[in-house]
Structure formats: C-alpha cells, structure tokens
Design a binder for this molecule. Structure first.
Ligand SMILES: *Cc1c(COP(=O)(O)O)cnc(C)c1O
Length: 394
C-alpha cells in the first residue's frame, strides 16, 4: 500500500496537520478534492445537469462548496431540503428524488418551491398531484446491475417499465407534467454497460410514450453509481462518460436529445476523506492462531457501515508499512459490543507484524457514506468528528 497512489506528499501532510490536535477517530475531508471532481464531472458531461446526491456527504461545508460551484441537488427528505435551502440554493436547482415520502412532506417541499419529483407508485403520484400540483414528474424504473455494483440498491426503488408508462400517462391526467425517466444502476457500479441496458429500456419507453400515448418525454435521469477508488480496480469516470455519450447518440438524434440529469454522490466525495483511527487492542484467539484480531477505535457504527458484508473494501494505511517488511493477515473489528462490528474477516487484509496498540490506522477514500451513517451514541461512543480542510489553500 503506497500513500502516493492517493495523495501527493504535500497534500498528505496537510491532511494530517488538519487533524493533529484531535482525538481519534475523526474524518478529514479535503474540499479541494471535491472541487476537482466536480470540475471533472462537468467537463465530461458538459450538457448534463449535475444534481449532487446529498446523502453521500450532507455537511454544510460540502453542500455550500458545491452550491457555489453551480451544482444542482437531489434531496431525499425535507431535512436535506432545509439544509440545501439554508445554503442559499434556489428551489429551481433542487429535485426531490426519494420515491418514499409522506404527503405532508410533499406539501412542505411544494411550499418551499420544489417542482421536480421522482415517483414509482400510484399512491405517491396521487400525493404529488394533490400536494404539489402542476409539478414535473420523473418515474424511476427498475434496472439490472446489482451483481456488478459493490453497493447494490436492490428492488426497493423503481418499478417495471410498463408500470412506469402507466404512471406517466396518469401523471398527465392528474395535471402533472410527465417530464422523464430515471434509474440508478447501483452504487459503485463497476460495469459501464449497466447504463447501456438501462438506456435501452428508457429508449423503448420514450418511443412508446411518443407513438402510443402522444406524450413527448424530455428528460433522462441517469442517477448515480459512478465509482471511486477503493481497493478494487475501476475504470476512470472519463470512460463512463464516453460510453454513456455513445449509447445516447445511438438512441437519439442531436436535435431531439433529451435533457440529461446526473446524480453523483460517491464519485464526487468518496476520495475526499481520510478516516483516522487508532489500534485499541491486538489479540489472538489461541496460542497458535495465525491471524491477529486488530480492534480499532472506529467500526461499523462509527462510519464504516459500508463494510457490511465486506462490500466496500477501503484501502488502509499505517506508517509502519513504510519500514516493516513482514505483513500478517488480520481481522479488523470495531470497538463496540455488537458482534456485527467486524469490518473485514475474509477479505485478507494484511498489516505489519510490528503493529502496536496506539498506532494510527488511516482509512482512505472514506469521504462518502461515512459521517452521514455514523451512529449517535451506540455504546456511548460519540458520532464521528469531521474536519474540513482545503489542501489547495495555505
Ligand atoms: C444514493 C443515490 C444517488 C447517489 O448514488 P452514488 O452511487 O453515490 O453516486 C443518486 N440518486 C439517487 C436517487 C440515490 O438514492
């Protein structure tokens, strides 16, 4: 494991300095990284609207940075909505992307000026028609991709394309504007072709709506799913952009190209974070046990929930890796009294043989889905401390 794969020496030093006086565990977020990733995204998708999926990292620091850069936002609750409005973002730049919402929350969002809603069911559509009259609707469809996404989104959201067509027709009858179709191919999606399969379904629906229902849809929301650099190899976002543009150009003539919305979360913020932890205890379960149990002061309840099922494999670093050649297999576990609180047992992580209690262990690429998932007080442990810095500034 080489830290230089992830950070220049200078940036790494600045990140370490940002948290120097703090007790572990804490998360350092580099805003310079998010700026860079956002710039990359708009240069690769110049015609698309970026709606940042706030849940990946919802702090004011991140939201206001992206707001200043011109991003739009997708929120999943009225609480995220309040946050983003509080950062001065106009309601025209915000979508309500959660298909599961209370009528009162639809009404609240409407009163705040939100006019763009996702749906995937009749009941929700009716609520939107009643409490957010005249709004634009996009229907989320079920797509494949769960076997190639490291954090799949299963069948909880989306509906069959045939049902989606019915909902869009119904939307018009209810006085809403049937605007488009959305999907999410699963988070940390390693297979670029997942977008191809989804877009083929969308094209079929666009044609169906146009020729059978005389409704011209205008927008495709390609969701999130773009990857970040964990241990497993992924294509650069540039490849995703090239392929997605190719799929779109095959399906639509230039003059009838739909509006495109993207909802990146992980790919924008994942690489911005370093979670700094400390070794609490090292033990073996028998005298001849080859594997060390390394217990850290952070675990699944302190921000590392995406290690559940060993799904997301974060790169980890400890300074002794620079000098100690002997590495041994470890099981990595958190500090709480819940036996679920084991990050990696089968993934084959190795750490230096001379690792000691008190040594720091750095979790790289922990900028997404960490602080927003950290529990409030399980076993009395406080929520994860987060420090925001900008490694491009002095
Ligand atoms: C979580 C979510 C996203 C972001 O997904 P990433 O894989 O983090 O990019 C985008 N859209 C919706 C509707 C989501 O729920």
């Amino acid at each position: 494991m080489k830290i230089s794969q992830y950070f220049t020496q200078q940036k790494w030093q600045k990140l370490l300095q940002a948290g120097e006086q703090k007790q572990t565990p804490y998360l350092v977020i580099d805003l310079a990284y998010i700026k860079e990733k956002y710039a990359e995204m708009i240069s690769l998708f110049p015609k698309a609207k970026i709606h940042y999926a706030m849940k990946a990292s919802p702090a004011v620091e991140v939201v206001s940075l992206l707001a200043d850069l011109g991003s739009n936002f997708d929120c999943a609750s009225i609480y995220e909505l309040d946050r983003v409005l509080g950062c001065g973002v106009e309601p025209e730049r915000i979508s309500y992307g959660n298909t599961i919402k209370k009528p009162a929350h639809v009404q609240y969002a409407y009163e705040k000026g939100i006019r763009l809603y996702a749906t995937d069911s009749k009941a929700d559509l009716k609520n939107i028609a009643q409490y957010a009259p005249g709004s634009k609707i996009f229907v989320r469809i079920l797509v494949q991709g769960s076997d190639t996404a490291e954090w799949p989104l299963s069948r909880k959201f989306g509906c069959h394309p045939d049902m989606a067509v019915d909902l869009l027709v119904q939307a018009q009858k209810l006085g809403l504007e049937p605007y488009g179709i959305s999907f999410h191919v699963g988070s940390q999606q390693k297979d670029v072709a997942a977008w191809d399969d989804a877009l083929a379904k969308v094209k079929y629906m666009f044609d169906w709506m146009k020729y059978e229902e005389d409704i011209k849809l205008k927008m495709i929301n390609l969701g999130g799913g773009f990857p970040t650099n964990y241990l497993s190899e992924v294509n650069p976002i540039k490849i995703y952009a090239q392929e997605i543009h190719r799929y779109l150009q095959e399906d639509y003539d230039e003059d009838e190209m739909p509006d495109i919305i993207l909802e990146p979360g992980r790919s924008l913020v994942g690489g911005s974070g370093v979670l700094v932890s400390e070794v609490v205890l090292i033990s073996r379960k028998s005298r001849t046990d080859l594997t060390r149990w390394v217990y850290l002061d952070v675990g699944l309840f302190g921000g590392l929930i995406e290690t559940l099922g060993e799904a997301i494999k974060y790169p980890i670093y400890t300074p002794k890796m620079e000098t100690e050649n002997e590495q041994g297999t470890v099981i990595l576990a958190g500090p709480t009294c819940d036996s679920t609180d084991i990050m990696y047992e089968n993934a084959g992580y190795k750490l230096p043989q001379n690792l000691e209690v008190g040594d720091k262990v750095y979790w790289l690429t922990t900028g997404a889905y960490t602080n927003s998932y950290s529990s409030v007080e399980f076993n009395g442990f406080p929520p994860l401390t987060v420090i925001y810095t900008d490694t491009d500034k002095e």
